[in-house]
Design a protein around this ligand. Structure first.
Ligand SMILES: [Zn+2]
Length: 286
């Protein structure tokens, strides 16, 4: 999935070492849903599938998938996982921590890797193109138009939020789909089977004990601009941004009951954008 290499090995979704530090639970939370937002008069309907909040058997650390080659897995990927290990451990355990800029870069590499690998647990909703995975392979950093936030989670009672991986794919499309990163063929197919089409926006939310991560990206130039303006309350943007040193104890820890709001915020961003575009289309025709 990164280098085009063959000889795929089983890869842990979360780093192997995490199993020694997360409580063994019977289950972990897993959120999935897909949405279609149409722009233009004939496709101006929006659709959201029932958000599937599934509980998956086993601890998050035990989940495996067979998508990466041995060279990648044992090479640069394990370097990223090892490089960020101490930082992740101290953040998820809510230790008194000061996160330096260089630690933030290590963390950003790992978050990007996780996001890319995690998409392969949710194949129909993938929205990250191969060229972006290659970018990580070469630069060990996300593309500059990705958006990454970190925050604190107040550990509560819910096992779901103690170990959670959420992935949502969205298709925001219009009849001028080519400008939005969609081929003509894709745009034409749009009216026939909207939900079967490739998604162009993805949102990933990870929660591991006291650490929450949010990643938003899109292949659509206009939507990239919308995502760049997003602001998550109580979270710190670490890519692309320079927040300076982050004092972990100064960030508000968000309780379980507010966690879903963080997951859903992307939908508000996209709906506002689509409403605005639809209003412009209608005005232009009037
Ligand atoms: Zn490889």
């Amino acid at each position: 999935m990164f280098c085009g290499g063959t000889g795929l090995t089983k890869q842990h979704l979360w780093p192997d070492w995490l199993n020694d530090y997360v409580p063994r639970q019977d289950n972990h939370g897993n959120l999935k849903s897909e949405s279609y937002f149409g722009i233009t008069p004939d496709s101006a309907t929006s659709y959201t599938s029932e958000p599937a909040k599934k509980v998956i058997q086993g601890s998050l650390g035990s989940r495996k998938l067979r998508q990466v080659c041995e060279g990648c897995n044992g090479g640069w990927m394990s370097k990223i996982e090892e490089g960020s290990k101490n930082t992740i451990l101290s953040l998820m355990n809510q230790d008194e921590a000061t996160l330096t800029r260089s630690q933030q870069f290590e963390l950003v590499s790992w978050i990007t890797l996780m996001t890319m690998v995690n998409e392969f647990t949710d194949l129909p909703m993938r929205a990250i193109p191969y060229r972006e995975r290659q970018y990580l392979l070469i630069h060990r950093l996300p593309p500059s138009d990705w958006n990454i936030w970190i925050g604190r989670h107040q550990q509560g009672q819910s096992e779901d939020w103690t170990q959670m991986n959420g992935h949502h794919g969205y298709l925001v499309a219009s009849n001028t789909g080519e400008e939005r990163g969609l081929s003509e063929e894709t745009t034409n197919a749009l009216r026939k089977d909207r939900l079967a089409l490739p998604k162009n926006v993805q949102s990933s939310t990870f929660c591991i004990k006291g650490l929450v991560l949010v990643v938003l990206s899109s292949v659509d130039p206009a939507i990239k601009g919308e995502l760049a303006k997003a602001v998550y309350p109580d979270m710190v943007k670490i890519w692309p941004a320079d927040p300076g040193d982050i004092i972990w104890s100064q960030i508000r820890a968000v309780p379980d009951e507010e966690m879903q709001l963080r997951v859903d915020y992307i939908e508000t961003i996209l709906k506002n954008y689509v409403d605005r575009m639809n209003a412009q289309t209608t005005n232009a025709q009037a």
